[in-house]
Design a protein around this ligand. Structure first.
Ligand SMILES: C[S@@+](CC[C@H](N)C(=O)[O-])C[C@H]1O[C@@H](n2cnc3c(N)ncnc32)[C@H](O)[C@@H]1O
Length: 416
C-alpha cells in the first residue's frame, strides 16, 4: 500500500466531517484511500473499532457501503451516530431550526446561569456569552429527539469556536485570551453548515446502514465473521487523555463536573494510553505485560517486559515520576484484546488496517506498529505489513525536557 499522508485538518471544511473538529480524528481521505486499496464486496460491511467521531462511517455511507463502529466515550459515540443519521425530514428539520433560532434572543433575556458552574466554563466565556450557551442548551430540551441530536452537535461545535480562551486542541489554555465570538451567531452558523451538508447528501445514500455503537472495542456487540474490512486509528501510546481533553464539552452538557466523575464515566472505559488512567497499586508492569502477552508472542512479551522494567527504574529519578511503565504494559494488554475481538469479527480474507504512532516515553523507544503486528499473528491473523507514513512529534522538538528519538506514524495491515 502506498504511503498516505493526511490529518484531521482535512476534515475542517469537508461536509459533515466539519460538524465537530476532533483532533484525534484521521483524515477522511485516509478512509477513501483504504476503501480504494481494499475494495469491499457488494453488500459488505466496514468496521471501525475505535470509531471516534465517525470519520470512517461517514465516508462509507457517502459511498453506499454499510458500516458499523464502536466508540467507548459516550459523547463521542453520540456525535458519530448523529453524523451518520441522514434520513431526516429536511423541510421539517429546517422549520424547527428556524423556530429555535428565532426563539433564542427571548430565551436569553429570561435565562439565568446555573449555580456551581465548573471553573473551567467560567474561565472560557464571559458571563453574557455563557448565558447564551446555556439558553441554547436548555432550549434543546423542547426539541424532538430526532432533531435534538443534530442541534446538540451544532452546539458542541459552537463551544470552542465561541470561547474567549484559547481552546485549540489538545490543551485548553484559559489564561490565553482570544476574541470571543457571539454564541448565538456562532451556533446559527454551525447549524446552517449541518443543514447545508445534509441537503447535499444524495437521496439514495441516506438510508445506507451506518451505526456508531457506544461500546468497547475489546468486547464489541457484533457477530462473528460479520465484517469485511476493519479500518481504524486506535489511541496512540502518547499520553493523550481523551476523557480529559473533552472536559469542556462534558462539563457544559452536565455529563460530569469533577475529575472523579470523568474517571468513573469516561476515563475508566477507554483503553489505557495515558498515565492518568493507571494506578500504581496495579502491581509490577513487567509481570503484567509478560503475563498478558507471553502466549501471543514470547519475544515481544520479553522485550516489552525489559522496556517497562527500564521505565520503572527511570521514573524513580524523574521529577514527575510518570507511570509510563504501567501505561505501556496496559496499552499492549488492551490492544491485544481489541485485536482479538476484531479478528473474530472479520470474514476469511478480511483485513484490519490501523493508523498508528510509535512512541518513546522517557526516551525509551517503543516500536508500536511492529509489536502490534507480531501480536496480531499471535491472535490469529495470517500476516502483517507496516508502511511508514511520516515523521511526527516535531512540535515538541525544541523542548529541552524532550527525548530525541525520531517518531513516526505508520499503517499496520493485518490479513485474517
Ligand atoms: C484516534 S481516536 C479515533 C478517531 C477517529 N478515527 C475519528 O476520525 O474521529 C481513538 C478513539 O478511540 C476511543 N476509544 C478508546 N478506548 C476505546 C475502547 N475501549 N473501545 C472503543 N473506543 C475506544 C477514544 O475515545 C477515541 O475516540
Amino acid at each position: 500500500m502506498d504511503a498516505f499522508v493526511g490529518t484531521f485538518k482535512d476534515n475542517k471544511s469537508a461536509p459533515i466531517h466539519r460538524w465537530f473538529q476532533y483532533p484525534a480524528g484521521f483524515s477522511y481521505r485516509a478512509v477513501e484511500h483504504a476503501l480504494e486499496t481494499f475494495p469491499v464486496p457488494e453488500g459488505g460491511t466496514v468496521y471501525d473499532p475505535f470509531a471516534g467521531t465517525g470519520t470512517t462511517l461517514v465516508v462509507c455511507k457517502g459511498r453506499g457501503i454499510s458500516s458499523v463502529g464502536v466508540e467507548a466515550h459516550p459523547l463521542v459515540a453520540r456525535i458519530a451516530q448523529t453524523k451518520v443519521t441522514w434520513d431526516l425530514d429536511l423541510d421539517k428539520l429546517g422549520r424547527e431550526a428556524d423556530a429555535l433560532l428565532r426563539s433564542l434572543p427571548r430565551r436569553v433575556s429570561s435565562s439565568r446561569l446555573p449555580r456551581d458552574l465548573p471553573a473551567l466554563l467560567q474561565k472560557c466565556y464571559s458571563p453574557k456569552n455563557l448565558t447564551k450557551l446555556f439558553a441554547i442548551r436548555d432550549a434543546l430540551d423542547r426539541v424532538e429527539k430526532v432533531h435534538r441530536d443534530l442541534f446538540e452537535v451544532a452546539l458542541i461545535g459552537t463551544l470552542r469556536a465561541a470561547s474567549a480562551a484559547a481552546t485549540g486542541w489538545p490543551y485548553i489554555a484559559p489564561r490565553k485570551r482570544i476574541q470571543e465570538k457571539d454564541a448565538l451567531e456562532t451556533f446559527a452558523l454551525q447549524l446552517s453548515h449541518c443543514l447545508e451538508d445534509l441537503r447535499a447528501t444524495r437521496a439514495e445514500r441516506r438510508t445506507v446502514p451506518a451505526r456508531a455503537l457506544e461500546a468497547d472495542a475489546r468486547a464489541p456487540p457484533l457477530g462473528k465473521g460479520s465484517v469485511d474490512l476493519a479500518f481504524t486509528s486506535p489511541p496512540y501510546l502518547n499520553n493523550y487523555d481523551y476523557a480529559d481533553r473533552l472536559r469542556l464539552e462534558t462539563y457544559f452538557l452536565g455529563m460530569a463536573s469533577t475529575w472523579g466523575e470523568i474517571t468513573e464515566r469516561f476515563r475508566s472505559k477507554l483503553i489505557v494510553a495515558a498515565t492518568t488512567q493507571v494506578d500504581r497499586r496495579e502491581g509490577s508492569a513487567r509481570e503484567r505485560v509478560e503475563g498478558a502477552l507471553e502466549g501471543l508472542d514470547p519475544q515481544v512479551a520479553r522485550e516489552l517486559g525489559e522496556k517497562v522494567e527500564k521505565l520503572s527504574e527511570v521514573r524513580k529519578h524523574r521529577r514527575g515520576q510518570k507511570s509510563y511503565d504501567l501505561m505501556v504494559a496496559r496499552y499492549f494488554e488492551d490492544m491485544a484484546q481489541a485485536m482479538t475481538a476484531t479478528r473474530r469479527l472479520l470474514r476469511p480474507e478480511g483485513r484490519l488496517v490501523m493508523i498508528l504512532g510509535d512512541s518513546a516515553p522517557y526516551g525509551v523507544p517503543i516500536p508500536t506498529e511492529e509489536y502490534l503486528g507480531k501480536l496480531g499473528l499471535g491472535v490469529g491473523f495470517s500476516d502483517y505489513r507496516t508502511t511508514r507514513l511520516r515523521s511526527r512529534g516535531g512540535k515538541w522538538r525544541s523542548n529541552p525536557q524532550r527525548h530525541h528519538v525520531p517518531l513516526k506514524e505508520s499503517w499496520l495491515l493485518l490479513r485474517a
